[in-house]
Structures are given as C-alpha cells and as structure tokens.
Ligand binder design. Structure first.
Ligand code: NAD
Length: 340
C-alpha cells in the first residue's frame, strides 16, 4: 500500500515537495492546503492535485473564487499517514497540536526551531536515527548544504575544525517585498551565525564556526569553507571523495561555470523544472589543499536542495525503508539527481 501524504502550505517548498511526492512509486499525494485561491491553486488543480483550505473558515474564499476545495486541513489530516508542514518559518509550531490530535506523523522545515520536532534531519548524516519517529525537522537549505559536505569530508578525512562564511541570497525570486536591494547585511554581526549551531543539531561532534551575510541576489547561496582536517587530503582525493555522493556535484569554471547565474543557466538548459537544483554544487577549482588544511566554495539552490531530504524523511519516519542508501537511490532516480 502506498504512503498517503498531505502537504500543509503550498509555497516555495510545498509545491516542490508535492511535485516530488507525485514522482514516488511508494507514495500518494492526497492533497495540499492553500490559504488563498490564487494562481498557484489553479495550476495545482490543473495538475490533478486536490486542494484543501488551510482552515474551515477560509473555504468560502475559495467558493467565492469558483474553486472547489475538498475540505479543510482537518479533513486532509483524517486521510494521511504523514503531513509535510511547509508553512512559513515559525508557523509550523502552531500546527503541532493539531497533528498530534489526529495522531499524524509530521515533517517540519528548517524555519522551525529544532525543539518543535526534537530531531533535525539530513539524509546522509542521520537517516537511521530518524526511523519511526513521530516528528522530524528537515534542516534549512544552508544547513542541508553544509551537512552534506561536512559529513562526506569528515568520513573521508576527519574534520578537526570547520570555519565557514555564508553569503546568503536576500530573497527567493518571487519575494517582491524582501531585501536587501542595495546593501550587504551582516546576518548577524556577531559570531557565530545560527548555521553552525544548527549543523550541530545534526552532526553533533563537528567543531564549526559560521559567519553569514545577506546580499541583493535571489538565485543561490554561496559558502566559503576552510577545513582543518585530521588527515592530509590532496585535491584529487577530495574530488574523489565528493564524487561518490550523487547529491554533491562538482562543476568546473573551465566549463564556463564560474558563477551562480551560470549554474542556474546550466539547470535551465538541462530542462530542470523551475531550474531546480537538488544537488549541492562545489566549484572544482575552488578546492585547494595545503596538506591538512583545505579551502572550497559551494553553492546551494535554496528553493530545491531540501526536496530530496523531505522525500527520504517520509520513508524514515514511517520506517518503510530502513536502509538510507536505498531511500536515497530511489529518491535520486525519481528526481533525476546527479544527471548533469
Ligand atoms: P513560502 O512563504 O514560500 O510558502 C509558505 C506557504 O504557506 C505559502 O503558500 C503561504 O500562503 C502558506 N501559509 C501561510 N500561512 C499559513 C497557515 N497558517 N497555514 C497553512 N499555510 C500557510 O515559504 P517557504 O519558502 O516555502 O518556506 C516554508 C518553510 O521551508 C519555512 O520553514 C522555511 O524556513 C523553509 N525553507 C525555505 C527555503 C527557501 O529558500 N524558501 C529553503 C529551505 C527551507
């Protein structure tokens, strides 16, 4: 029997996770919630996705707009095994009592605090620890990118200390009221930014300090890493270690990929829907080794990187696949991950 999945909050992350669920042979998308009857609602319906109002008092808004909803969030919860909460950061926590009332397993996103779920998830790093839990939080886009890279480097060479500067995109492309538009903003000015402690919710033993800035750009985040390793690692050994993982893709400036916009153009030329890049991108030429001290730069497509982790989180929380490698492979094949 297929896992019955609902999605609460059909925005940037919700619509991408919904599309990914539709591609899984072991899952069925029962429906998504919307707060307003806007264009996203109409497109979802054209794609055969059932819409539920985020609360029963909002059903009339949809009726007035001529959109037929199947009911409210509570009607959706009665039919699903797992709800993926993709509501704005901080809103998910307010829904936890409702999910508990219906006895539904829930997956929260990185905008929620760790304590909302009590467990922060990254597929490579801690899949097995997530098995059978009632609540999971898939960590944010930045933390997902960092966890993937640090997990692989720690396994291969041992990390003594990680120092990271994050250059965050100011807003997602559709967010017309967010910024900055003419400044580089400290995020925050003090050290560490929240990203290092968040990595430690997943990879508890990694010694990491992070500093973050937000910039007037919407395409991707960039991270500059300086890693002190327990063992020496040459540039070719690092490339070999990273290349073993499908969700990390090494691209080369020699191939014309020296910026985030070039990465995005590549994804568009590949025909990726919404130019989504689920892979963490590492620039080949940025990998520089000084024995046991390594530098590298990586780029994160904030809108898409957490999508495969949400799909794996469904299998982990329901314990339907216990082996992380099997879930990751299944997810990756369904989403075309690694095909560049
Ligand atoms: P979003 O604003 O694009 O989408 C949120 C959706 O939820 C919208 O459709 C909104 O109408 C709806 N919504 C608002 N209030 C609601 C309510 N009370 N009940 C139900 N639905 C409601 O937000 P997003 O960017 O998709 O972020 C969702 C979560 O994912 C947040 O925790 C965020 O931190 C995290 N996240 C976002 C990104 C990103 O780059 N956008 C990346 C990784 C993780």
């Amino acid at each position: 029997m297929k896992l019955r999945i609902g999605i609460n909050g059909y925005g940037t992350i919700g619509k991408r996770v919904a599309d990914a669920v539709l591609k899984q042979k072991d899952m069925e998308l029962i429906g998504v919630t919307k707060t307003k009857p806007n264009f996203e609602c109409r497109i979802a319906m054209e794609n055969g996705i059932d819409i539920y109002a985020s609360s029963s008092d909002r059903i009339k808004l949809f009726e007035e707009a001529g959109i037929k909803v199947k009911g409210s969030l509570e009607d959706l919860l009665k039919q699903v095994d797992v709800i993926i909460d993709c509501t704005p950061g901080g809103v998910g926590a307010s829904y936890k009592p409702i999910y508990e009332k219906y006895g539904i397993k829930a997956i929260f996103q990185g905008g929620e605090k760790h304590d909302v779920a009590g467990f922060s998830f990254n597929s490579y790093s801690n899949y097995r620890e997530a098995l059978g839990r009632n609540f999971i939080r898939v960590v944010s886009c930045n933390t997902t990118g960092l966890c993937r890279l640090l997990y692989v480097m720690d396994n291969a060479f041992g990390i003594k200390k990680a120092r990271v500067v994050l250059i965050r995109r100011g807003a997602d492309p559709h967010e017309d009221s967010k910024g900055p538009i003419n400044s580089i903003v400290t995020d925050p000015v003090t050290i560490p930014s929240h990203h290092g402690p968040d990595v430690n919710k997943v990879l508890k033993h990694i010694n990491i300090t992070t500093i973050a800035f937000a910039v007037p750009e919407t395409l991707m985040h960039v991270h500059v890493l300086n890693l002190e390793l327990n063992n020496t690692a040459s540039e070719s050994e690092i490339i070999k270690a990273l290349s073993n993982y499908s969700r990390i893709k090494i691209l080369s400036a020699k191939d014309g990929i020296a910026s985030t916009s070039a990465i995005i153009e590549y994804a568009r030329d590949l025909g990726r829907k919404r130019y989504d890049i689920h892979e963490l991108i590492v620039w080949k030429e940025s990998i520089k080794s000084f024995g046991n001290e390594v530098y590298l730069s990586q780029a994160v497509h904030q809108e898409a990187i957490v999508v495969p982790e949400n799909i794996d989180a469904i299998r982990a929380i329901t314990k339907t696949i216990e082996d992380p490698e099997i879930s990751i492979k299944t997810t990756d094949e369904s989403l075309g991950i690694g095909r560049w």
